[in-house]
Design a protein around this ligand. Structure first.
Ligand SMILES: NC(=O)c1ccc[n+]([C@@H]2O[C@H](COP(=O)([O-])OP(=O)(O)OC[C@H]3O[C@@H](n4cnc5c(N)ncnc54)[C@H](O)[C@@H]3O)[C@@H](O)[C@H]2O)c1
Length: 489
């Protein structure tokens, strides 16, 4: 494809120029010192959203100088000051569209670690210019965007990876091996839970107007809003707390779903769900009249998602999600005093099969099998998946991606990525199905003085066509209303 050739040709150009100009100059690599990486072998990276998690993403991708960082984009120069100090020569921008346009011939690949509502449009803009993309989880803010990014990564032939780093650890490989050996038989039920939200959520929309920190200009704040509905600056939105508001975030499911639903989605080879249903926690500050805050994600939720049989798992699966402090009970097979999921039981997964139960915590850690025949199996201490990246930060999830970018679209390195959009797009869609149900559940129509909640249904999903088939009003949550000038195209 034309765009990808640009970055390839830059590297080829550097190589060719060095050789042509250097008939007399070529220096054997060993003379340059062990570990020397010729500039032509380095990617030129840019970071979009370099504060918070973005600092770790770009630092890991930079990999101690194995790549170059040539540009940083953030709307808050204080929040991303670590990155600015680490790469003083990198050009600083506040608008990723300007950065990508101005530096399209220099940048090869982009890490995107903004709040969720900006992932889709930033990734699409980069991919359309042929840039490889590493995008934080959840891949997008809504289902439509996840489908479009998945298609775009193929169309523009770019190497993609979502930031669910646990996907690259050895524990997830171990879980797959146990399941493939038939240790737990066919899985029919999956429980997944998290202690999130651990930020203000289910609270009234703020009405006060705190002063914007001086480093965030009006233009910066407008860029923060991006495709969302304009609201004034508030520390309940930026930084970090945007998670609890549908305008920007995706709640507890968006925060942890891509880490916790990943193991069963991968191990069982799940695809599009067929239906979803939920209920959410209520808050009463006065008698008989629950707080009604459809702009905010709820304080807790309980969601059931159903999946058809798959090639790997010959049973239909019911997945049950719990958040906000609610968690499943101990099944009989797990001893009464054992923690469930991870130590402390705060987050976890239980895959319940015909022959036993397989459990793990967040990122697939602490994997364990309880079999009906009484066997309890844990991961051997010396177990390794054989991945050369395991000892790196975040299991080398970012470095595996930079290596794949250099090897090119369709290379073995690319195919070995654990969360390219071909996988993480459908995973994200599943996570966001839960949010579609929650938002439908939260929607009230006033009938006189009374609220009428007609979206509190079992919602039937046509995955191929991205449609709820039995309640059309819920289909508006498949996508979002985009602010003028910020459409995903
Ligand atoms: N994989 C993980 O373990 C993990 C952990 C934490 C966060 N995350 C994900 O990382 C993303 C960021 O989360 P966070 O906790 O770091 O949030 P944050 O608010 O702390 O940081 C977001 C950064 O993006 C910047 N930003 C906001 N809007 C921007 C825009 N339009 N253009 C450029 N920069 C912009 C902010 O100034 C800030 O520096 C989220 O998608 C979140 O889900 C993943």
């Amino acid at each position: 494809m034309e765009p990808i050739k640009k970055s390839e040709s830059r590297r080829k150009f550097i190589k060719t120029t060095a050789v042509a100009a250097g008939g007399l100059m070529i220096v054997p690599r060993h003379v340059l010192g062990k570990g020397f990486i010729p500039p032509s072998d380095k990617l030129n990276l840019a970071s979009i959203g370099a504060g918070g998690k973005g600092w770790g993403d770009i630092r890991n991708a930079y990999n101690g100088g194995a790549e170059n960082v040539v540009a940083i984009c953030d709307i808050d120069s204080k929040r991303c000051s670590n990155a600015i100090e680490a790469w003083p020569k990198a050009k600083f921008y506040n608008d990723f569209r300007v950065m990508l346009e101005e530096m399209k011939d220099t940048i090869d690949a982009v890490t995107i670690s903004t709040p969720d509502h900006v992932h889709g449009i930033a990734a699409m803009t980069a991919m359309q210019l042929g840039k490889h993309v590493y995008v934080q989880k959840p891949l997008t803010h809504n289902i439509y965007e996840a489908r479009k990014l998945t298609e775009a990564a193929r169309e523009y032939k770019v190497v993609s990876q979502m930031g669910n780093q646990g996907a690259s650890n050895a524990e997830q490989v171990q879980l797959q091996e146990w399941f493939d050996k038939g240790l737990i038989g066919k899985v029919h039920t999956v429980h997944v839970w998290t202690n999130r939200p651990v930020w203000p959520q289910g609270i009234p929309v703020p009405t006060d107007r705190p002063v914007r920190p001086e480093q965030i200009t009006a233009k910066d704040w407008d860029l923060f809003i991006g495709p969302a509905k304009p609201v004034d600056y508030h520390p309940l939105y930026h930084p970090f707390k945007w998670r609890g508001w549908w305008n920007f975030g995706t709640g507890a499911l968006g925060d942890m779903g891509c880490h916790l639903i990943d193991p069963p989605f991968r191990v069982l080879g799940l695809g599009y769900p067929t239906e979803v249903e939920c209920s959410v926690g209520q808050v009463f500050t006065k008698d008989w009249d629950a707080e009604y805050i459809p702009e905010g994600c709820p304080p807790s939720s309980h969601v059931q998602i159903k999946f058809p049989k798959t090639a790997k798992n010959k049973s239909e699966v019911t997945m049950v999600w719990y958040d906000g402090g609610i968690r499943p009970f101990h099944p009989d097979l797990i001893p009464a005093s054992d923690d469930i999921g991870e130590p402390g039981s705060a987050n976890g997964v239980m895959m319940i099969g015909t022959k036993g139960i397989m459990t793990c915590g967040v990122y697939g850690l602490h994997p364990k099998v309880y079999r009906k025949n009484g066997e309890v199996i844990t991961m051997p201490e010396n177990y390794t998946s054989g991945s050369k990246y395991l000892k790196m930060p975040e299991y080398g999830h970012q470095v595996a991606w930079t290596d794949a970018c250099k090897a090119g679209f369709g290379s073995a390195e690319h195919r070995n990525l654990t969360s390219s959009f071909d996988y993480s797009g459908p995973l994200t869609e599943t996570v966001l199905m839960g949010n579609l149900a929650i938002r439908s559940y939260q929607t009230a129509k006033m009938m006189g003085e009374e609220k009428h909640f007609e979206g509190r249904k079992r919602l039937l999903w046509d995955g191929n066509n991205m449609r709820i088939t039995n309640y059309d009003a819920a289909n508006r949550f498949v996508t979002r209303e985009y602010r003028e000038g910020w459409k995903l195209i």
